[in-house]
Design a protein around this ligand. Structure first.
Ligand SMILES: Cc1ncc(COP(=O)(O)O)c(C=O)c1O
Length: 366
C-alpha cells in the first residue's frame, strides 16, 4: 500500500510555545500527546533484549533505534506488516499450517491470497524450503517457536529459506524468550528481507500493556512507520513499560519462573491418561489428545484449547498458576492434587490470561 503518514520527527524548539497540536491547556496531567517516536521505550527495550534472551557467538551487531518499531502488541506488528507490504487483491502470502490463526485472518482482512505450505516432520518443526522458495508470493510468514505446535523450527531450514528466497520473510517470535534459543533478529544485517515480530505479552508478562515490536532493516521500518497511526502508544503505557524493562533481574526471574512452571506442567501432563506426546518449547504446552481430553478438563473446571488453530488430535494448555497446574494434572490422573514445591515464585500470569480472554472475545483464536 502507498505510505501515507509523515514520519519525520517534529522540529522541537523548546523555547517556542506549542500552538499546533490542539491540546486543551486546562486538561490536567494527561493533556499532551505522547512522544511519537517512543525514544525512551525503544532504548529500554533494546537494552532489555540483551538480558532476556541468549546472545549469539561471535561479533554482535549494534542495535540502533532505527531498527526497532514498538507496536501495540505483536498483533499490531503483524497488522502493520500486512497493511504496508501486501497489496490487496493482488499479492499472495505463504503460510505454514498449523500456525497462528491471526496470519490467516489478516490475509482475509487485507484480501491477500494464501498459499498453505504445511509444516513437516514428526514434531512439525521442518519447512518445505524448496516449495516455499519457488512460490510467486510476496512473503512467507513463519511462527517460531510455533503456536500451536509448541516446537521450534529447525534452524537449518530457516537459514536455507533466507538464502533461497528474496521476498519478505516474517518470523513471529512472540514466544522466543521461552525457548532458550538465539533470536533470528541477529540475521537482519545479512538479510534485509527479514522481519522479526516480537511480543511483550508472553515471557515478559506485560500483556495488559499491549506492547510488542517489529525488528527489521531501517528501510523496511521507514515504510511501516508511514502506515502506522500517529501517537500510537499511550504515554502512561510507555512510562510503565520503561519502568518494567529497566529491571533486568525481575525480567529474568519472571521468564525463569514461567518456563520452569511450563516444564513442570509438561512433565505432569506427560504421565496422564489420554495424553500422548507433549510439546513445550514455547509459552504453553501442547499435547497429543482428543477433544474428549479438553472436555474432561472443562468438566474439572479448566478451559483449554482443543484442536488449536484447526489442528486435530491436539489440545493446547496455557501455563497457569502452580496450584492450578497441580490441580489440572491431579484431575487427569484421578488423584488428589499435590501442593507445588515450596519456594515456587508467586504466580505472575493473571494479566496475560485477561488479555487472552479479551482477544478471544473478538472471535480470534490466540
Ligand atoms: C504466535 C503469536 N503471535 C502473536 C500473538 C499476539 O501477541 P500480542 O499480545 O503481543 O499482540 C500471539 C498471542 O497469543 C501469539 O500466540
Amino acid at each position: 500500500m502507498r505510505p501515507t503518514f509523515p514520519t519525520a520527527p517534529r522540529r522541537e524548539r523548546h523555547d517556542l510555545v506549542n500552538l499546533r497540536d490542539n491540546e486543551n491547556p486546562f486538561g490536567g496531567p494527561h493533556r499532551h500527546y505522547p512522544d511519537n517516536g517512543n525514544d525512551d521505550l525503544v532504548a529500554a527495550y533494546i537494552r532489555a533484549l540483551d538480558v532476556v534472551e541468549p546472545m549469539p557467538d561471535g561479533p554482535r551487531w549494534r542495535w540502533g533505534p532505527e531498527s526497532v518499531l514498538i507496536t501495540r502488541g505483536a498483533a499490531d506488528g503483524l497488522d502493520l506488516v500486512f497493511r504496508t507490504f501486501f497489496e490487496p487483491a493482488s499479492d499472495a502470502v505463504a503460510l505454514t499450517p498449523p500456525s497462528f490463526a491471526l496470519f490467516d485472518e489478516l490475509a482475509t482482512v487485507y484480501r491477500v491470497a494464501r498459499v498453505p505450505v504445511p509444516l513437516r516432520g514428526e514434531r512439525l518443526d521442518r519447512l518445505d524450503v524448496g516449495r516455499l522458495a519457488s512460490l510467486p508470493v510476496k512473503g512467507v510468514i513463519l511462527c517460531d517457536p510455533g503456536n500451536p505446535t509448541g516446537t521450534c523450527l529447525d534452524r537449518r531450514d530457516v537459514l536455507a529459506l533466507l538464502d533461497a528466497f528474496d521476498g519478505l520473510v516474517v518470523i513471529d517470535e512472540a514466544y522466543v524468550e521461552c525457548s532458550g534459543r538465539v533470536s533470528y533478529r541477529h540475521l537482519i544485517p545479512e538479510h534485509p528481507n527479514l522481519v522479526v515480530v516480537r511480543s511483550m505479552s508472553k515471557a515478559l508478562g506485560l500483556a495488559a500493556l499491549r506492547l510488542g515490536a517489529v525488528l527489521a532493516h531501517p528501510d523496511l521500518l521507514t515504510a511501516l512507520r508511514k502506515t502506522r497511526l500517529p501517537y500510537a502508544l499511550p504515554g502512561p503505557v510507555t512510562a510503565r513499560a520503561v519502568a518494567e524493562l529497566t529491571r533486568p533481574a525481575s525480567l529474568r526471574g519472571r521468564i525463569e519462573a514461567f518456563t520452569g512452571e511450563r516444564d513442570r506442567l509438561a512433565a505432569g501432563l506427560a504421565g496422564c491418561p489420554g495424553v500422548g506426546r507433549v510439546f513445550a518449547e514455547a509459552g504453553f504446552v501442547t499435547v497429543e489428545g482428543e477433544h474428549t481430553l479438553a472436555d474432561e478438563l472443562w468438566r474439572a473446571g479448566f478451559d483449554t484449547l482443543p484442536e488449536p488453530m484447526g489442528w486435530p488430535g491436539h489440545v493446547r494448555v496455557s501455563v497457569g498458576r502452580p496450584v492450578d497446574n497441580s490441580r489440572l494434572v491431579a484431575a487427569l490422573k484421578g488423584v488428589p492434587a499435590r501442593e507445588p514445591a515450596t519456594g515456587m515464585r508467586k504466580p505472575t500470569f493473571r494479566m496475560a490470561r485477561g488479555a487472552v480472554a479479551a482477544i478471544r472475545g473478538r472471535g480470534l483464536q490466540t
